[in-house]
Design a protein around this ligand. Sequence first.
Ligand code: GLU
Length: 328
Amino acid sequence: MTQNPPRPRIALLTTGGTIAMTAQGGRGGQLALDGAALSASVPGIETLAEIEVRPVLAKPSASFTLSDLGRIAAAAQEAAEMFDGVVITHGTDTLEETAFALALLTRAEAPIVMTSAMRRPDQLGADGPANLAAAIRVAASAKARGLGLLVVSDDEIHVGALVRKTHSFRPHAFSSAPFGPIGWVAEGRVRIALKPAFDLPHLAYPGGEPVVPIVEAGPGLEPKVVEALAPACDGLVVALPGAGHVAAAAVAPLAALAAERPVVFASRTGAGETLQNSYGFGGGEIELLAKGLIGAGPLDARKARVLLQLLLAEGAGVERVRAAFAGI
Ligand code: GLU
């Protein structure tokens, strides 16, 4: 008599999100489903894996704090050392920040896979069950081991270092453009087409909530805006046009802040990287670097903010922050 192979053991970490919400008496979506109810939404889940539910948080992702991200990372790291794979359910709104934080804070051979939903379980075409099933398949797959933090949505597999939410309501809401997903799930089969080659720093989160606002500039950035923010922040990220160019009038207050606290400039274009040695006009990247600002390189402003917050939480000074961004 042949024996069935043992099912993979998967930890299901729940944090909230649309995937766990239902409409409550005409008042819009509110958190309602626990991990057991989420599991029950996937028919035949018991044939895919042996699931252990571990509740971590239950709130909308726009309310997550840095310590919430640290808590998810600690729970994911612990589970990855005990199980064959880890699935984390999460709100889509700030999933990209948590994904990048987990890419920095966790190191595991076992796959750690985030997933979510754009439509509630009570809406037509609810995408949560399919996303959860695909995420479990990826978390249970030997092919997904050692690839770093993964995000599964709409049958695509993305890496945490690249993925962004790029639509506000459609089920196909995640993109790693200008690159792409590294793989996909088809009829339950997991395919990996590309392997990431990032060298992200491995950080620890000791606690704390460094205040790091993002200011996006367009044509013009009023100096008084930077001056008003300066006393309230531990660091600042500015999302700038092009390769990192700001209104000449804003350089002085940015430089004054950069003398005391890290000021990181990112490109607001969504692709490429901040340049270092191409533009010599007032407010160009050459002047910003000379005045002590730090280029985010290939990171967008949101990912730069996560990295800067985690570095500040570790107690990093300006020079360590500069070195960390230079190493990305
Ligand atoms: N659109 C969000 C979601 O997909 C709302 C809630 C959240 O991000 O937590 O889950």
